[in-house]
Design a protein around this ligand. Structure first.
Ligand SMILES: [Mg+2]
Length: 243
Protein backbone atom coordinates (compact mmCIF):
# COMPACT_ATOMS: atom_id res chain seq x y z
CA UNK A 1 0.00 0.00 0.00
CA UNK A 2 1.05 3.58 -0.37
CA UNK A 3 1.15 5.82 2.58
CA UNK A 4 1.51 9.55 2.87
CA UNK A 5 4.70 10.73 4.49
CA UNK A 6 4.01 11.68 8.09
CA UNK A 7 3.62 15.38 8.60
CA UNK A 8 4.30 17.01 11.90
CA UNK A 9 1.86 15.87 14.53
CA UNK A 10 0.37 18.82 16.29
CA UNK A 11 0.45 18.55 20.01
CA UNK A 12 -3.18 18.12 21.00
CA UNK A 13 -4.66 20.33 23.65
CA UNK A 14 -5.24 18.50 26.90
CA UNK A 15 -8.89 17.67 27.28
CA UNK A 16 -9.18 18.00 31.00
CA UNK A 17 -9.21 21.25 32.93
CA UNK A 18 -5.91 21.99 34.60
CA UNK A 19 -3.97 19.48 32.55
CA UNK A 20 -2.23 22.18 30.53
CA UNK A 21 0.06 23.12 33.39
CA UNK A 22 1.85 19.78 33.42
CA UNK A 23 4.17 20.36 30.45
CA UNK A 24 6.19 23.49 29.69
CA UNK A 25 5.54 24.98 26.25
CA UNK A 26 7.06 22.93 23.47
CA UNK A 27 7.82 20.01 25.72
CA UNK A 28 6.24 16.74 24.74
CA UNK A 29 5.08 13.98 27.02
CA UNK A 30 5.82 10.97 24.88
CA UNK A 31 4.33 7.66 25.88
CA UNK A 32 5.87 4.63 24.23
CA UNK A 33 4.96 0.96 24.30
CA UNK A 34 7.84 -1.46 24.96
CA UNK A 35 7.45 -4.92 23.39
CA UNK A 36 7.81 -4.87 19.60
CA UNK A 37 7.82 -1.06 19.58
CA UNK A 38 11.13 -0.20 21.25
CA UNK A 39 12.51 -3.74 21.46
CA UNK A 40 12.69 -6.21 18.58
CA UNK A 41 12.58 -9.89 19.43
CA UNK A 42 13.04 -11.26 15.90
CA UNK A 43 16.43 -12.83 16.43
CA UNK A 44 15.43 -14.23 19.83
CA UNK A 45 12.46 -16.08 18.35
CA UNK A 46 14.43 -17.30 15.36
CA UNK A 47 17.33 -18.48 17.50
CA UNK A 48 15.30 -20.34 20.09
CA UNK A 49 12.94 -21.91 17.52
CA UNK A 50 15.91 -23.28 15.62
CA UNK A 51 17.70 -24.38 18.80
CA UNK A 52 14.63 -26.33 19.92
CA UNK A 53 14.41 -28.02 16.54
CA UNK A 54 11.03 -26.48 15.77
CA UNK A 55 12.25 -24.97 12.52
CA UNK A 56 14.92 -26.07 10.07
CA UNK A 57 18.36 -24.55 10.63
CA UNK A 58 18.08 -22.73 7.29
CA UNK A 59 14.77 -21.09 8.22
CA UNK A 60 14.96 -17.30 8.12
CA UNK A 61 12.34 -14.73 8.97
CA UNK A 62 11.10 -12.23 11.48
CA UNK A 63 9.02 -12.84 14.59
CA UNK A 64 5.81 -13.08 12.58
CA UNK A 65 7.27 -15.64 10.18
CA UNK A 66 8.49 -17.75 13.12
CA UNK A 67 5.08 -17.45 14.80
CA UNK A 68 3.22 -18.53 11.67
CA UNK A 69 5.50 -21.52 11.14
CA UNK A 70 5.42 -22.64 14.78
CA UNK A 71 1.64 -22.33 15.02
CA UNK A 72 1.30 -24.77 12.11
CA UNK A 73 3.08 -27.47 14.14
CA UNK A 74 1.11 -30.00 16.20
CA UNK A 75 0.21 -28.25 19.48
CA UNK A 76 1.56 -25.14 17.81
CA UNK A 77 -0.32 -22.56 19.86
CA UNK A 78 1.07 -23.85 23.16
CA UNK A 79 4.52 -24.18 21.64
CA UNK A 80 4.34 -20.57 20.49
CA UNK A 81 3.30 -19.41 23.95
CA UNK A 82 6.25 -21.28 25.43
CA UNK A 83 8.57 -19.51 22.99
CA UNK A 84 7.09 -16.18 24.02
CA UNK A 85 7.65 -16.96 27.68
CA UNK A 86 11.29 -17.62 26.91
CA UNK A 87 11.81 -14.62 24.60
CA UNK A 88 10.33 -12.03 26.95
CA UNK A 89 12.13 -13.50 29.96
CA UNK A 90 15.36 -15.48 29.84
CA UNK A 91 15.98 -14.69 26.19
CA UNK A 92 15.51 -10.92 26.36
CA UNK A 93 19.24 -10.24 26.46
CA UNK A 94 19.46 -11.42 22.84
CA UNK A 95 16.85 -8.89 21.74
CA UNK A 96 17.74 -5.55 20.20
CA UNK A 97 16.40 -2.03 20.02
CA UNK A 98 14.78 -1.23 16.69
CA UNK A 99 17.04 0.84 14.45
CA UNK A 100 16.70 4.52 15.21
CA UNK A 101 15.39 4.11 18.76
CA UNK A 102 18.67 5.17 20.34
CA UNK A 103 18.89 8.35 18.30
CA UNK A 104 15.23 9.14 18.95
CA UNK A 105 15.65 8.80 22.72
CA UNK A 106 18.81 10.93 22.71
CA UNK A 107 16.98 13.66 20.82
CA UNK A 108 14.17 13.53 23.36
CA UNK A 109 16.69 13.93 26.16
CA UNK A 110 18.39 16.85 24.46
CA UNK A 111 15.07 18.58 23.74
CA UNK A 112 13.85 18.06 27.30
CA UNK A 113 10.83 15.95 26.35
CA UNK A 114 9.45 13.60 28.98
CA UNK A 115 9.51 9.96 27.90
CA UNK A 116 7.22 7.41 29.53
CA UNK A 117 7.26 3.71 28.80
CA UNK A 118 3.87 2.10 29.31
CA UNK A 119 3.80 -1.64 28.76
CA UNK A 120 1.02 -4.18 29.03
CA UNK A 121 3.06 -6.96 30.58
CA UNK A 122 2.13 -9.59 33.12
CA UNK A 123 4.71 -10.42 35.76
CA UNK A 124 5.02 -14.04 34.63
CA UNK A 125 4.46 -15.86 31.36
CA UNK A 126 1.79 -18.56 31.01
CA UNK A 127 4.24 -21.23 29.96
CA UNK A 128 7.62 -20.60 31.49
CA UNK A 129 9.02 -23.37 33.67
CA UNK A 130 11.79 -21.00 34.81
CA UNK A 131 9.18 -18.54 36.21
CA UNK A 132 11.21 -15.54 35.13
CA UNK A 133 9.85 -12.17 36.25
CA UNK A 134 9.12 -10.57 32.88
CA UNK A 135 8.93 -7.05 34.28
CA UNK A 136 12.30 -7.37 36.01
CA UNK A 137 13.72 -8.81 32.77
CA UNK A 138 12.45 -5.82 30.79
CA UNK A 139 13.88 -3.36 33.33
CA UNK A 140 17.18 -5.23 33.22
CA UNK A 141 17.25 -4.88 29.44
CA UNK A 142 16.53 -1.15 29.66
CA UNK A 143 19.20 -0.70 32.31
CA UNK A 144 21.78 -2.59 30.25
CA UNK A 145 21.04 -0.43 27.19
CA UNK A 146 21.46 2.85 29.04
CA UNK A 147 17.80 3.85 29.32
CA UNK A 148 18.35 5.27 32.82
CA UNK A 149 21.91 6.46 32.29
CA UNK A 150 22.01 10.28 32.57
CA UNK A 151 24.68 10.31 29.87
CA UNK A 152 22.64 8.20 27.48
CA UNK A 153 18.84 8.26 27.31
CA UNK A 154 18.24 9.64 30.83
CA UNK A 155 14.73 8.25 31.20
CA UNK A 156 13.49 8.40 34.77
CA UNK A 157 13.07 4.91 36.15
CA UNK A 158 9.79 5.93 37.68
CA UNK A 159 8.56 6.78 34.17
CA UNK A 160 8.37 3.06 33.35
CA UNK A 161 4.98 1.46 33.96
CA UNK A 162 3.94 -2.16 33.61
CA UNK A 163 0.21 -2.78 33.52
CA UNK A 164 -1.59 -6.09 33.81
CA UNK A 165 -4.42 -5.34 31.39
CA UNK A 166 -5.00 -3.20 28.32
CA UNK A 167 -7.61 -1.19 30.22
CA UNK A 168 -5.04 -0.35 32.89
CA UNK A 169 -2.53 0.61 30.21
CA UNK A 170 -5.02 3.02 28.63
CA UNK A 171 -5.86 4.48 32.04
CA UNK A 172 -2.15 5.03 32.67
CA UNK A 173 -1.70 6.83 29.34
CA UNK A 174 -4.59 9.11 30.29
CA UNK A 175 -3.29 9.73 33.81
CA UNK A 176 0.15 10.67 32.49
CA UNK A 177 -1.32 13.36 30.21
CA UNK A 178 0.72 12.01 27.32
CA UNK A 179 0.76 14.27 24.28
CA UNK A 180 1.53 11.29 22.03
CA UNK A 181 1.55 7.53 22.29
CA UNK A 182 3.48 5.14 20.06
CA UNK A 183 2.41 1.49 19.87
CA UNK A 184 2.76 -1.41 17.44
CA UNK A 185 -0.80 -2.66 17.99
CA UNK A 186 -3.74 -1.18 16.08
CA UNK A 187 -6.11 -2.68 18.65
CA UNK A 188 -4.53 -0.66 21.45
CA UNK A 189 -4.63 2.64 19.57
CA UNK A 190 -8.18 2.13 18.29
CA UNK A 191 -9.61 0.85 21.57
CA UNK A 192 -12.73 2.88 22.36
CA UNK A 193 -11.23 3.71 25.74
CA UNK A 194 -8.03 5.13 24.28
CA UNK A 195 -7.80 8.63 25.82
CA UNK A 196 -8.96 11.39 23.53
CA UNK A 197 -6.51 14.23 23.13
CA UNK A 198 -3.50 11.90 22.88
CA UNK A 199 -2.02 11.79 19.36
CA UNK A 200 -1.74 8.18 18.26
CA UNK A 201 1.22 6.85 16.29
CA UNK A 202 1.28 3.31 14.97
CA UNK A 203 4.74 1.79 14.68
CA UNK A 204 4.33 -0.57 11.75
CA UNK A 205 7.62 -1.76 10.31
CA UNK A 206 5.77 -4.23 8.05
CA UNK A 207 3.73 -1.44 6.49
CA UNK A 208 0.32 -3.13 6.63
CA UNK A 209 -3.17 -1.73 6.25
CA UNK A 210 -3.98 0.92 8.82
CA UNK A 211 -7.21 2.68 9.71
CA UNK A 212 -7.48 6.06 8.00
CA UNK A 213 -7.53 8.00 11.26
CA UNK A 214 -4.29 6.48 12.50
CA UNK A 215 -0.87 7.80 11.59
CA UNK A 216 1.47 4.95 10.77
CA UNK A 217 5.25 5.12 10.68
CA UNK A 218 7.38 2.29 9.34
CA UNK A 219 10.54 3.27 11.18
CA UNK A 220 11.80 5.26 14.13
CA UNK A 221 13.35 7.65 11.65
CA UNK A 222 9.83 8.39 10.40
CA UNK A 223 8.55 8.78 13.94
CA UNK A 224 11.35 11.23 14.69
CA UNK A 225 10.51 13.22 11.56
CA UNK A 226 6.86 13.35 12.64
CA UNK A 227 7.33 14.14 16.32
CA UNK A 228 10.66 15.92 16.60
CA UNK A 229 10.90 18.08 13.49
CA UNK A 230 12.36 21.15 15.13
CA UNK A 231 15.07 19.75 17.29
CA UNK A 232 18.30 21.38 16.22
CA UNK A 233 21.29 20.56 18.31
CA UNK A 234 23.78 23.44 18.26
CA UNK A 235 26.66 21.24 19.33
CA UNK A 236 25.99 19.03 16.35
CA UNK A 237 25.09 21.63 13.76
CA UNK A 238 27.73 24.28 14.39
CA UNK A 239 31.13 23.85 12.77
CA UNK A 240 33.82 22.82 15.24
CA UNK A 241 35.56 26.21 15.21
CA UNK A 242 32.50 28.21 16.20
CA UNK A 243 31.50 26.22 19.32
MG1 LIG B 1 3.81 -3.89 21.74
Amino acid sequence: MTRAAPAHLDVPRPQRPGAAATAPAGRLRLGIDFDNTLIAYDRVFLGVARARGLLPARFAGNKQAVRDAVRRLPDGETTWQRLQGHAYGQGIGEAALFPGVGRFLRRCRQAGHDVFIVSHKTQFANYDPARVDLRAAALGFMDARGFFDPGKYAIRRENVFFESTRAEKLARIAALDCTHFVDDLVEVLTDRNFPSGVARVLFDPAGGETPADLRACASWREIAAALLPDVLLPEVLLPEATR
